[in-house]
Design a protein around this ligand. Sequence first.
Ligand code: GH3
Ligand code: MG
Ligand code: MG
Length: 563
Amino acid sequence: MRGPVVDIVVLSLLILFFGTQQYSRPQKYYRLWFIGWIFILLSYAVWAPVLTAAPMEHLQEVVRYDLVLAGTLAFLLSFLAAREGLWRGVAKGLLIGVPTVLALDAVEFVAVPRTVLMIAVVGWGAYSLRAGYVLIPKQWRKARVAIYTISLVFGVVELWSIWKSGGDELFDWALVEVVFCSAVLYMSIAGRRSVAAWMGTFGFLMWGMFYLIATMLPETSTTVKALHTCWTLPKYFVAFSMILKIFEDATEEKVRMAEDYRQLYDDFRMMFEGHPNPMWVYAEEDGRILAANDSAVSCYGYTVEEFLRMKVEDLTVTSDAEAALLEALYQEAKGGFARHQYKDGRKIWANISHSGIKFRGVDACFQIARDVTDRVESTQLRMHQANHDVLTGLPNRALLADRIQQCMKRCEREGRKATLLTIDVDHFKSINDTYGHPTGDECLKIVAARLASKIRQVDTIARVGGEEFAAIVGGLHIAEDAQKVAQSLLSVFDEPVWLGDIDVSVTVSIGIAIYPDDATEAGALTRRSDEALYAAKRGGRNQAVTWASMAEGVGMVKELGAA
Ligand code: GH3
Ligand code: MG
Ligand code: MG
């Protein structure tokens, strides 16, 4: 065995290290270092057995040199690994390199004509110059000049070596060329501030110098003998520099990531602080506000310190009847609505978007509030308009229909009765004709207000036609209660209606239908109530008639005194 086993063991460990690194890291050059060290290890393994037979010894020599060259080429390429077009360049290199290497290998066994070797060397040199031009980044100006110089000088030296000795030392020169080029590129890739770069450059230079000296001096010289005792040293320098580079990369990455995170944090902080809408973060557990932005401070009127002492529910007005109503209306809307109160007491409608987050290690909720008071109020107005009469402000026929249904259901549940009263102003046409339409309108408003004053909040009175009204009154124990209600409605016109400077005497006629006695369904109940109204009209007006009595042809309820 030749060469210390310890080198092979150490190289194997190195390969293991680079193998794991190239696996777990994105840097492409780690992969080429891994491959490069495998070649170097193989060159040692091939060199280890002592062979004596001439052809085998030559073969061993040739293979060993090929492997070292392949290894150093992998290192050289590793420094250009991030370059685009590298693999195309490598393919072309193989196209020229493989015949060149074969020609150089053949020298060991046969007499290769000088012209063939010269063509191979010139091809190799031309390729190196071209590859250097394409693959070395433009900004590495010094590196380019150095690589061109090395390629040219060694090209000439190699040609001279062929001329002088038939190319015996060609392989050594080619190796020194590749290793020197690697030294130049290592510094370029890692930069002057990298200890790894200095160490690696030094290692490659030393590696090249060892070969250079061994080639130029006779094997028997003491210098060469001394070099052989520490032959692996430059390679360990290179290997150690590569390990160092991996650590440098990791540190650099950590610093960069920390910087990125800081930048990201600053950006988000700025977006939060400067956002035009009020925003805050509160703890999921107890609603404590953990952060609030500038807009929240300026809109809501609390300082940040005050916000931090508050809970999110402190912003909400809870005992607000409207809130419940609109909450129900906007249930489907994303995020929902809330009734908020500013520090100065003003109330707003806020559209709230929220999302769960982790804030300083706490389960929290992030909210954005948009003031949508105008929108909500205009919707509220639109909804009111859709269901109410413009002149009197009373519910219209559509809303009444809804309330009749609700009332009937409630009464059914509670075992109570309800009454539908249809009310029509008597001879209203003549009021119009006498005082004019506008005065007629004023009169209708007063009529509506007087009727409404006798209807409880839970019941409903609606304007269902020109001068026709209808009231649904629930919760009655007996049918006769309906007549009492009708009576109270008739009595509100005991006093004449005062219209500016004229008093107008107004009476109404009322038709009464009872749920569930007269009808159990809204349409029928309405029809019955109408029929009763016409009976009241026919019977002389200013009275209330129940449908039941009408059907029997008796039982008119006359307004006391007025009849
Ligand atoms: P009666 O009901 O007692 O039989 O007599 P009437 O004069 O009230 O007759 P009817 O119900 O048929 O006429 C309703 C009148 O009410 C006709 C119309 O000019 C008037 N009217 C309807 N809507 C309005 C309104 O919005 N404003 C005013 N000023 N008048 C209206
Ligand atoms: Mg009328
Ligand atoms: Mg009418």
